[in-house]
Design a protein around this ligand. Structure first.
Ligand code: MN
Ligand code: MN
Length: 475
């Protein structure tokens, strides 16, 4: 075969790998940086699931979305942009299409909770003339990430009088921060060197240092604990018992930052999975009413198994779908609801692990995602022999692939690590149970679940374009 024919053949039969940067034109490159400035602002304002939910609603209302509760009382409504918020921690947005909802919607589902340290219900104590708060970690953390770094407290307290108090301390430059102490290397060897990593870092030692001044004289018992409680009482009117009915989260106090001489990456807490929440939010907000209904779901509790009333295993989607049928004047019987669900298509928008130059050995390079190479399609997740995965069909992967190619979306594929190396799951299977097609699809990041996760700005922008293309699809 001559050289020209061989080159032509290679172009036809070999799979190409595209760096997003190489494909973007000048105008798109400048959009990447504007889009990512907004993304950083979102990350800084949305460090907890409640804050993310509030930010999503704020943006949606600015764009003319209305609360579905205000529409349900009316017989029929012309309103097409609708939202629902549940328990302040779980959100759905919809742009109703011209087509009957019973023929299905295009759904993008992400989650807005991230790993962190939650305060225990009886957190306040003192030791060695210091006041401390006990925590219980949430989600899959590497415990050592949380030692000797500045932490902020974000949360909500319901008082004995049923007053709701929102707390944020540690975000303003003048605010104090909190921290978990670490052992000095000089004294660590004997205690830690022959231990397993799981034994070196204990959950019960993730206690926050929150003060070192007493209240009252040295005859006073527990006067360091008392001082902290008094400061909280003065500022917020809360008492020790109020922590029982509180959700207070310790999160990294740092802001999202550009990484690199070229500022090509973003380093921030909570990118798993607010990267997908933000990009799918912007995609649905920018969407004109189309043929098919578009839905964006933002779930809570994914990091602890999608459990609970605000997680993806709950009935939230069914309730929202049923409400949508109702406000659009359609039949709301069980059969119509089932049809609307089974006829829907869904992207489970969550991050995958990008291959790490320092830890290539946990990946299988032919099937691992790379930073900067676009949206990552993950046909299956799970552990071992795909256990716990919903495994998308060839037909649906084919459909998304064709759609992305048509819209010049740069995409890649990725498995979460080598076979039997570990693994993980997403909300995909909890949506697939309704019979709808579901495919995992999101950017790949580095240092996942750390307080400083890394994403590529071009991948963030490509996720937005990819999700927008999915919403516009009506085949
Ligand atoms: Mn995730
Ligand atoms: Mn995660």
């Amino acid at each position: 075969m001559n050289k020209t024919r061989l080159e032509k053949l290679k172009k036809t039969i070999l799979k190409k790998e595209t760096l997003v940067f190489d494909q973007l034109n000048k105008n798109q490159k400048s959009q990447v940086s504007v889009f990512n400035e907004n993304y950083k602002t979102f990350l800084n304002a949305a460090k907890t699931e409640r804050e993310a939910a509030a930010q999503i609603i704020k943006r949606a209302e600015e764009k003319g979305f209305v609360d579905i509760e205000t529409l349900l009382t009316k017989k029929s409504s012309k309103q097409q942009k609708i939202y629902k918020i549940f328990q302040g921690r779980c959100v759905a947005l919809a742009v109703l299409g011209k087509q009957d909802l019973a023929s299905g919607a295009n759904i993008i589902a992400s989650h807005i909770d991230s790993p962190r340290l939650d305060l225990k219900q009886n957190p306040v104590y003192e030791d060695l003339s210091m006041s401390l708060l006990k925590t219980h970690y949430y989600g899959g953390i590497r415990k050592y990430h949380w030692l000797a770094v500045p932490l902020a407290l974000h949360g909500t307290v319901i008082t004995a009088e049923n007053k709701r108090i929102d707390i944020t301390i540690g975000e303003h430059p003048d605010d104090p921060v909190f921290t978990v102490t670490d052992l000095l290397p000089h004294l660590a060897a004997k205690l830690q060197e022959n231990k397993k990593i799981s034994e070196v870092f204990e959950g019960e030692k993730l206690n926050l240092v929150v003060g070192s001044l007493p209240l009252g004289d040295d005859k006073e018992k527990d006067r360091f604990k008392l001082n902290v409680l008094n400061l909280l009482y003065e500022k917020y009117g809360i008492t020790e018992e109020d922590f029982i009915s509180a959700e207070i989260e310790a999160v990294p106090a740092e802001k999202a930052r550009d990484i690199g001489f070229d500022r090509s990456m973003i380093g921030s807490y909570g990118q798993d999975n607010r990267i997908c929440a933000f990009t799918s939010l912007e995609a649905i907000l920018d969407m004109p009413p189309s043929h098919k209904t578009a839905i964006a779901l933002f779930f809570d509790k994914e990091e602890i198994g999608s459990e609970g009333s605000s997680g993806a295993k709950s009935n939230f989607l069914e309730d929202f779908m049923s409400d949508l049928l109702s406000v659009s004047g359609r039949n709301t019987d069980n059969r119509s609801l089932r049809k609307a669900l089974i006829n829907s298509s869904c992207l489970s928008a969550d991050v995958n692990a990008a291959m790490d130059p320092d830890f290539k050995e946990v990946h299988e390079s032919k099937n691992a995602a790379k930073l900067g190479f676009g949206l990552c399609i993950t046909k299956f997740t799970g552990v071992g022999g795909k256990s716990g995965s919903s495994d998308a069909s060839a037909e649906f992967v084919g459909k998304i692939r064709q759609l992305f190619n048509k819209h010049k979306i740069v995409w890649q594929t990725g498995e979460l690590g080598k076979i039997d190396q570990g693994g993980g799951g997403t909300v995909a299977k909890f949506l697939a149970k309704f019979g709808m097609n579901v495919l995992d699809c999101g950017p790949a990041i580095l240092s996942m679940h750390s307080p400083f996760e890394i994403s590529s700005k071009t991948d963030v922008y490509m996720a937005y374009l990819g999700y927008k293309a999915f919403y516009s699809d009506h085949d």
